[in-house]
Design a binder for this molecule. Structure first.
Ligand SMILES: Nc1nc2c(c(=O)[nH]1)N[C@H]1C(S)=C(S)[C@@H](COP(=O)(O)O)O[C@H]1N2
Ligand SMILES: [Mo]
Length: 511
């Protein structure tokens, strides 16, 4: 038997993958240690940084497609994709190293350099955040060298055993460091502990939710959306974990007096409840990217009232801990006391996914121009001077929510029995409120649906139409008329640049 002087291809590829795993594991552990020591800024994790840099550069159409295809799972899909690409590249580095180890090592270095570039260009990252990736890359190169170098000794049998030993050791290092980084990365724990300790104050203004908000129709969207089923849209790949003790809100810019508010100071303000339906600009007609909750918070109008907002200002640029920027027309925030710096949702402190400790909630504007989660900074400014994240990515700077209505029951392609059938759903026109919802079958005359109660015009409203279904195939459509008497726009348009229009419809078969 010939004595191999190089490991077989498969083992070389495995060596590459293990070197990649050691790189990531070591970097994750070091990043977690730096964060716990208070030295890192929470941005030192290379895979997340690469993913977030990728999200920032994703063209809007691809982003829309990802949201439409994977919904709330778009992040997991992206991370799995990055993992697969990384594993393939790492295997490639192993194969290169088998040919010439410097070539394999160089590929690992290039990958490390890309990750470092992603890390240091994250908003609010500091130079020290690069350290974990640098150290991880060095560890990865060393692993590759040790594994490929070891098995190039003269005796094939011994070298294979030595390789497997080395591979086992590298695998163990990767798994243990990865697991340890989870344990050390206690920021999630600190944030969760501080959330559990929050005692919400009694609101000084309450929302009274009558039982009549909810129609007795099976399958209709509940009027109030549970936090767990509330849609989620954000660019952060890992949910920012912010403890109340480390949170503050700075208000500055075109104001006579700046202000910095701690969480305790915010909770000590007279807080009010508001029922507000949030809607995403990416929501297609008939889509599910809308949710309704009762929020508790401090009116932005009250917050700004004492600060002497200057006459030239026309916008508030809000920034979150994860670097998202959102521009909201000043007038929309101050003309009434509806817009909130919110701390709670449906009677509970905000869940981390929905912006704990605090977020903005503004009725009538799509989330990307209003609903900043994990908000820490409000800059009073002008549209002429500052541009927000999505505005520089092809979405409109100003985006009121377009009135829309949706059929929840029956479902598409439902098989129904002839006779009385409930057609029901929700409708929203947060600007004015919903006056009427109408239903038509097969393009016939518009028929009036019955509306449920609502505590405010800032929420969606449930509706139901009792349809006398006749045998055959039918198309059911709905539309709303807003409180000003304007019917919902029937013309179909896509979500970009400022929200979709068109009528929802369902095809059903009645027998
Ligand atoms: N920090 C931050 N806030 C954000 C976003 C984000 O990506 N990051 N997305 C916005 C968008 S596009 C929408 S539609 C709403 C969604 O809020 P939700 O996830 O609580 O439903 O949050 C807004 N606030
Ligand atoms: Mo959104």
């Amino acid at each position: 038997m010939a004595t191999p002087t190089r490991p077989p291809l498969s083992l070389a590829a495995l060596a590459g993958v293990l070197a990649g795993a050691v790189t990531v594991g070591a970097a994750e552990l070091l990043a977690a240690l730096l964060d716990v020591a208070g030295l890192g800024s929470g941005h030192g994790r290379p895979v997340l940084a690469v993913g977030e840099a990728f999200v920032d550069r994703t063209p809007a159409w691809l982003k829309d497609l990802a949201i439409a295809t994977f919904g709330g799972h778009d992040k997991q899909v992206l991370l799995v994709g990055i993992g697969v690409v990384l594993a393939l590249l790492a295997a490639g580095a192993g194969v290169l190293a088998r040919w010439r180890w410097t070539a394999g090592g160089a590929l690992v270095l290039v990958l490390g350099a890309v990750a470092v570039a992603a890390v240091v260009t994250r908003p609010s990252a500091s130079a020290i955040d690069a350290l974990p990736t640098v150290v991880g890359t060095v560890a990865g190169v060393a692993t590759l060298r040790a594994l490929v170098g070891r098995s190039t000794t003269a005796d094939g049998a011994v070298s294979r055993r030595a390789f497997l030993k080395g591979a086992g050791a590298a695998g163990a290092v990767a798994v243990v460091s990865g697991a340890a980084s989870r344990v050390v990365g206690g920021s999630a724990q600190t944030a969760a502990t501080s959330r559990a300790a929050v005692r919400l104050p009694e609101p000084v203004e309450r929302v009274t939710v009558a039982p009549g908000v909810q129609l007795p129709v099976d399958g209709i969207t509940p009027w109030r959306t549970d936090a767990r089923s509330f849609y989620r849209v954000d660019t952060a790949l890992s949910v920012p974990q912010v403890a109340t003790g480390e949170w503050s809100l700075r208000v500055h810019g075109l104001v006579d007096r700046e202000l910095t508010l701690t969480y305790d100071e915010l909770l000590a303000k007279p807080l009010v409840e508001r029922a507000i339906t949030l809607t995403c600009v990416s929501n297609e007609v008939g889509g599910k990217l809308a949710g309704n909750a009762v929020w508790l918070g401090y009116p932005v109008a009250d917050l700004l009232a004492d600060l002497g907002v200057q006459a030239s200002a026309d916008m508030v640029l809000s920034t979150s801990v994860d670097g998202m920027t959102i521009s909201t027309p000043l007038d929309h925030l101050t003309r009434d006391r509806q817009a909130l710096v919110a701390v709670a949702m449906n009677g509970e402190p905000l869940p981390p996914e929905h912006g704990f400790p605090a977020r903005l909630v503004v009725p009538g504007l799509y989330g990307y121009v209003s609903a900043t989660k994990w908000v820490t900074d409000l800059k009073v400014t002008r549209f002429a001077d500052d541009e927000a994240y999505w505005t520089s990515r092809g979405y409109a700077a100003k985006a009121p929510i377009k009135a829309s209505s949706r059929i929840d029951v029956p479902r598409s392609f439902a098989q129904l029995k002839a006779g009385r059938q409930a057609v029901a759903g929700v409708a929203w026109a947060q600007g004015t409120g919903v006056r009427e919802v109408q239903v038509r079958v097969d393009g016939g005359p518009w028929q009036q649906a019955r509306l449920a109660d609502v505590p405010a015009s800032t929420t969606w409203v449930q509706w139901v139409y009792e349809w006398d279904a006749t045998p055959g195939n039918h198309t059911i459509e709905c539309r709303l008329v807003d409180a000003d008497g304007t019917p919902q726009v029937a013309q179909r348009t896509g979500v970009r640049p400022d929200g979709s229009t068109g009528l929802d419809s369902k095809n059903v078969t009645v027998s």
